[in-house]
Design a protein around this ligand. Structure first.
Ligand code: GLU
Length: 421
């Protein structure tokens, strides 16, 4: 079975709830608290019209879900993808709650999505869709309530339109309503690279723990968007050899290594990494099974499943994507001695620098890239260390450890606030 087929059959929300149930059970969480945390607080569905370039009107469907607001306002990206569903957004929102808790930033979890293939829209249509969608979800969002950000297929330009839409309705500029904005509009230095940088900080910590020498390590990366392409560059800068990369069209493999900058240029010119000179074309499924030391899934959910986990050769898996591994695959990897850096820890660099951006916006401040990266390193190294310590103390795998930390922090916050009324 291809990874695409396997992924389509697995429900991300069921996966997210199962991961939570495992942690709740181990924490012996109170039954009432379990019932609260296993469902999202708010799920909002909108159907909205957009003027298309050919003069027609098309109606799109989008979602904003707030999973939990116990530790602060909802935080999480908005993705544009043809396969978006309410269940996927619910899962992603729940993962944001745990992610913010693992790294200890004062947010709850939220997520949004629109069912659309943005590659099929013109810039004008993309702007129209963005402005109308943001208008529709405006009753939920705001710098004190719910702060969106980029995710799959959304970027700084789209955040600029969202910020402008909200600001036009408010009558004044509100930079803190979204993060991941262009620098000139209150965006933070280092935000664009933050997800990948956080992943690489975690990989360095894990490699140290496992005795892997990064300059001798071979790395395979699935996904060549904001997380994957930048992770490829940053890990190569650490001296590692990137042997395989892929995008939604497929991948490329070169056992002696790929020159990342040239692959980036090739993708820019040809729209895909495939066909890169000197490398063999492979499928996305094959990429996961490539002979390598470090595997970085940086694309979509449910890629490593019971069907292929046994064929993963990497000693270290670093989840730059959200939800790339199913619970069955987790068990297989753990049994095979693969060290996992789970998504809620591994890709938390993005939301961490989003938090820095929001703090700068609220304070009308602007930090240097060095300050941002230093603060990011401190947070990621601390979160990695706390997770590893929990894994040792409780004799559990790294995902369970990260969940134990996160769920406990959220449950404690909820407990202290008490049940209203
Ligand atoms: N979309 C990113 C994530 O999944 C970033 C979210 C944010 O910055 O709020 O973590």
């Amino acid at each position: 079975m291809t990874t695409e087929h396997a992924a389509a059959q697995i429900n991300a929300w069921e996966v997210a709830q199962r991961q939570f149930d495992l942690a709740a059970e181990r924490l012996k969480l109170d039954e009432g608290m379990r019932l609260v945390l296993r469902e999202p607080r708010r799920e909002f569905t909108v159907h909205f019209p957009v003027h298309m370039d050919d003069g027609s009107v098309q109606v799109f469907t989008g979602y904003r879900v707030q999973h939990n607001l116990g530790r602060g306002p909802a935080k999480g990206g908005i993705r544009y993808h043809q396969d978006v569903s309410l269940d996927e957004v619910k899962a992603l929102a729940m993962w944001m709650t745990w992610k913010c808790a693992v790294v200890g930033i004062p947010y709850g979890g939220g997520k949004g999505g629109v069912i659309v293939d943005p590659k099929k829209l013109s810039q004008k249509e993309l702007e129209g869709l963005t402005r109308r969608f943001f208008t529709e979800i405006e009753i939920l969002v705001g710098p004190e309530k719910d702060i969106p950000a980029p995710d799959v297929n959304t970027n700084a330009q789209i955040m600029a339109w969202m910020m402008d839409t909200f600001s036009m309705h408010a009558g004044y500029t509100v930079p803190g309503v979204v993060t991941g904005k262009p620098i000139s509009l209150g965006g933070s230095e280092g935000r664009n690279e933050a997800t990948a940088r956080g992943t690489v900080f975690c990989v360095i910590e894990a490699a140290h723990h496992l005795g892997i020498e990064i300059p001798k390590a071979r790395v395979a990366i699935q996904g060549f968007g904001n997380a994957g392409a930048i992770a490829a560059r940053l890990i190569a800068e650490e001296g590692a050899t990137v042997v395989a990369v892929s995008d939604s069209s497929g991948g490329i493999h070169a056992p002696d290594g790929l020159e990342v900058a040239r692959v980036v240029a090739w993708k820019q010119e040809h729209g895909t990494v495939q066909g890169f000179p000197g490398a063999a074309d492979i499928t996305n499924a094959e990429l996961l099974e490539v002979d390598c030391d470090i595997l970085i899934p940086a694309a979509l959910e449910n890629q490593i499943t019971a069907a292929n986990a046994g064929n993963v050769k990497a000693r270290l898996v670093a989840e730059a994507a959200n939800g790339p591994t199913t619970p069955e695959a987790d068990e297989i990897l753990h049994r095979n001695g693969t060290f996992m850096i789970p998504d809620i820890l591994c890709n938390a660099g993005g939301v961490t620098v989003s938090y820095f951006e929001w703090v700068q916006d609220l304070n009308r401040d602007h930090w240097t890239e060095e300050t941002v990266n230093d603060k990011l390193r401190v947070i990621m190294v601390k979160a990695f260390g706390e997770t590893l310590e929990m894994a040792h103390r409780e004799q559990v795998d790294m995902r369970t450890a990260a969940y134990l930390l996160a769920v406990k922090r959220v449950a404690d916050a909820m407990e202290l606030r008490g049940l209203y009324p």
